[in-house]
Design a protein around this ligand. Structure first.
Ligand code: ADP
Ligand code: MG
Length: 186
């Protein structure tokens, strides 16, 4: 069966059937090169890596850099997937996709990157290890994460803070972290 394009351009696997044990929200971001294509290709590579289906995706946003200001704006989005990979296998896959598109060790923490793929939420699991922290430790402070998650489901509960995504979004300072929808034609 042919793959199909969703309204935002990601390839969905045939039938969009369930394969997984885990429902995961992935954040994608890029501020180098063709930022939109980098995000799209990153999600597409993840779906093609096996055992993973795309369930939904957010709109794309043009976002102001947050932790390190002296860099170009980002394009960000969030994808909801189901996957048979456990969170550590998934992290391994994401890191190899980042490397494949040409990401090298970041000279500046939170600095420019061709592609960043982060695990935001995995069901309502809490993971704390040296390599992986879930929920992503900064997600609740980042409009470029919370706004796109709210496109998909504003009512998801953060399993540590026990607040939903909409209320976390409303807790951010209105004057900070500018983002705007990035409209693209398909
Ligand atoms: P950031 O995304 O915070 O800017 P990096 O993408 O450079 O930083 O990731 C640095 C390290 O963070 C990764 O090598 C990974 O081991 C670790 N990490 C911890 N938790 C997560 C998570 N939830 N998602 C992605 N990476 C994570
Ligand atoms: Mg990352």
């Amino acid at each position: 069966m042919p793959a199909s394009y969703t309204r935002h351009g990601f390839v969905k696997m045939p039938g969009n059937r369930s394969v997984g044990n885990y429902t995961v929200y992935i954040g994608a971001g890029s501020n180098i090169g063709n930022k939109l294509a980098n995000c799209q290709n990153g999600i597409e590579s993840l779906i093609k890596s096996g055992g993973t289906v795309l369930k939904d995706q957010s709109r794309f946003y043009k976002t102001e850099p947050v932790d390190y200001q002296a860099q170009d704006w980002f394009i960000n989005c969030v994808a909801k997937i189901e996957t048979a990979k456990n969170p550590f296998e998934l992290l391994h896959t994401l890191k190899s996709i980042e490397r494949d598109v040409g990401r090298v060790a970041d000279p500046v923490k939170f600095g420019p990157r061709i592609l960043d793929l982060d695990i935001l939420l995995v069901d309502n699991l809490v993971v704390t290890s040296s390599k992986l922290v879930v929920p992503h430790p900064r997600m609740h402070k980042r409009r470029f994460v919370l706004q796109p998650i709210c496109d998909i489901d504003a009512k998801i509960i953060h399993p540590v803070l026990m607040k939903n995504m909409q209320s976390l979004l409303e807790m951010l300072d209105e004057d900070e972290q500018r983002i705007e929808e990035y409209r693209c034609a398909y």
